[in-house]
Design a protein around this ligand. Sequence first.
Ligand SMILES: Nc1ncnc2c1ncn2[C@@H]1O[C@H](COP(=O)(O)OP(=O)(O)OP(=O)(O)O)[C@@H](O)[C@H]1O
Ligand SMILES: [Mg+2]
Length: 257
Amino acid sequence: MIEIKDVYYSYSDAYALNNINLTIEKGEAVAFMGPNGSGKSTLLKLVNGIISPDSGVYKFNDEEITHKKLQDNQFAKLLHRNIGFVFQNSETQLFCSNVYDEIAFGPRQMGLNETEVNKRVNDCLNLLYIQEFKNRTPYHLSGGEQRKVAIACVLSLNPEVLVLDEPMNGLDPRTQRWLVEFLVKLNKAGKTLITSTHNLELVHEISNRSILFDETHTIVADMPTDRLLEDIDLLKKVNLVDQYYHSPVSREMLKCK
Ligand SMILES: Nc1ncnc2c1ncn2[C@@H]1O[C@H](COP(=O)(O)OP(=O)(O)OP(=O)(O)O)[C@@H](O)[C@H]1O
Ligand SMILES: [Mg+2]
């Protein structure tokens, strides 16, 4: 479904993506992990078509996604309909004066009639338990509430792929738990899930495959998430844990003693 081959990208003179090769199949649940500034958000933006490779090839469903194609509004819209993206700072993607219009924006852009739009918006409000926010200004909601609205906006387009950049950041434990279970349900229902996260406690629940970046902006490991969490030396090497870290596995064992 997603094929990335020999991709390089830089915002200015230094590489943000340095020779990335990656294939993701339909229905997978994949997590991007790595230190700050290693390129996770940049690769998510590339997958979503917000940026395109300086060199190398990105294909979605066998079609190459190029800078030229992305300049065609219709093409870009279709891609965003298939690949939903929840930003690292989800508040930056909300711009309407109320939550209803915010969620309705995508379906209206798709040209759906108001009856269908209304149905989709209400389905999403119910799915995320945010009915009471319907008439609120997104800008005045809390960070966690805004994250839910941003997810609702993405789901209103019923995309095949869900891309979430640091979805657990800033959420309280109960909301994190709710979101984990929600994402697992979506993945079980067939959605492809691509997330970036620093959260070693929850990553094994939202992914079964981890792609690990290091400070050279390249992929240094691609392995089952459970195995990554046990490889303390690798996690230390890429600055994902410090010397005091114990893997969830060894912590469990300690509890049993
Ligand atoms: N808009 C931008 N303009 C210039 N440089 C950028 C921009 N966005 C990111 N970068 C640079 O690109 C590199 C990769 O950044 P990116 O945001 O992809 O990292 P990340 O792995 O998501 O980090 P974090 O864990 O902090 O979110 C960094 O060196 C960063 O400084
Ligand atoms: Mg990031």
